[in-house]
Write a protein that binds this ligand. Structure first.
Ligand code: 6MZ
Length: 357
């Protein structure tokens, strides 16, 4: 990786639309949490260390790793801590608009409801101190210190439905999203292990969400389940994530429906969903001018960052700085926030292009 090119990618303002909170936790934080739980005898630290340090990240293993991460992170104060850190990490590499997604979790044994989980997330957001954060559609709600003119970042939330969940649990998440609209929740994501669960289980909740005006993004085609992929495209979500394993017919459908695709290069390669970067479907979509946006997916789990994803696209597909900048800027069209935010972001990019030239 060329240092100068990576630094340039850092300096470009960027829009992140596909980032899972618990997949974006710093390794150093996971270790610290594991040590505390190890000392308490809840887990064996060295076992956890082995899992976190291992490079093997096939799709199946990734979901095992998430179960472990959730053991380390799922109490209110830790959820608050990781939210603050993850937002600050994105801000540090010039992400100017972040749509952060997370699965609201219920855990009766520690008195956690989906709502109290999300309240802990919101507390983490409010604790961000390195940038001013706008998270509310009702107007700027920031945490400005001493009147300093610091960088500003927009943050919005997507609530994820895990494919392990029931129709009722999915519906509870949608209702929670509706309740939290004023706090910056803009939509619903369907994610989790793609070989688990059935589309028909989630459809009632997703339909209801769409009817209520929430935006929808679906993990679609991480495994070659053509029937499900077809049903998902027919549902007309506002975006989809991944789109790796489409047959020709579904690929044609996707293109004619012009559904924007969240592309996660490193994640697809590390999970072996795509066997090599040279045959990644980014190229086909990019050449067809299909709406797409580069994203990290799980920057902690896959040891990446949004700047690295841009750098990887540039070096793998031969895109120059002008194309890279345009790619970053066009992502504004696919965000789930309102037009006022889009206008403000366009102005940010206009300012940036003057400085970068
Ligand atoms: C599908 C994924 C994923 O929600 O606990 N998640 N779902 N495919 C992927 N590709 C690798 N990466 C992450 O964040 C972690 C959760 O996000 C989903 C999984 O459900 C995982 O448990 P939260 O914050």
């Amino acid at each position: 990786m060329n240092r100068e090119e990576l630094e340039w990618c850092v300096s470009v303002p960027k829009v992140e639309l596909h980032a899972h909170l618990n997949g974006s936790v710093r390794n150093s934080t996971l270790f610290e949490l594991a040590r505390v739980l190890g000392d308490k005898g809840v887990i064996v630290f060295s076992d956890v260390e082995n899992v976190i340090m291992k490079d093997d990240r096939t799709l199946h293993k990734v979901f095992k790793l998430f179960d472990l991460i959730h053991i380390l992170t799922t109490d209110h104060s830790t959820v608050t801590r990781i939210t603050k850190e993850v937002i600050e990490d994105f801000a540090a590499e010039n992400v100017v608009y972040l749509e952060l997604r997370t699965t609201p979790k219920r855990n009766d044994s520690i008195g956690m409801s989906k709502r109290s989980y999300m309240d802990a997330v919101m507390e983490g957001l409010r604790a961000v101190s390195s940038v001013d954060v706008d998270y509310s559609p009702a107007g700027l709600k920031t945490n400005t210190f001493n009147g300093s003119t610091r960088k500003k970042m927009y943050v919005r939330f997507l609530l994820s439905i895990d494919r392990r969940e029931s129709t009722e649990a999915a519906m509870e998440t949608v209702k929670l999203a509706l309740e939290m609209r004023d706090l910056g929740v803009v939509g619903i994501d369907l994610s989790g292990n793609p070989i688990v669960g059935n589309w028909s289980t989630f459809l009632p909740a997703l339909k209801f969400a769409k009817e209520q005006g929430l935006y929808i993004t679906l993990h679609c085609g991480e495994v070659p389940n053509q029937e499900e992929i077809k049903a998902m495209i027919d549902f007309l979500p506002h975006r989809i994530g991944h789109a790796c394993c489409f047959d020709e017919e579904n690929w044609r459908k996707l293109k004619s429906a012009k559904i924007p695709v969240e592309i996660c290069l490193t994640s697809n390669i590390r999970t072996e969903t795509i066997s090599s970067i040279d045959i990644h479907h980014f190229v086909d979509l990019y050449k067809a001018k299909h709406p797409l946006v580069l994203c990290t997916d799980d920057s902690g789990v896959f040891s990446t960052s949004l700047s690295r994803e841009y750098n990887l696209a540039s070096s793998s597909f031969g895109l120059g700085k002008t194309e890279m900048f345009q790619l970053a800027e066009i992502a504004i069209d696919f965000i789930f926030a309102d037009d006022g935010v889009k206008t403000d972001l366009r102005a940010t990019f206009e300012e940036a292009v003057k400085k970068l030239n």
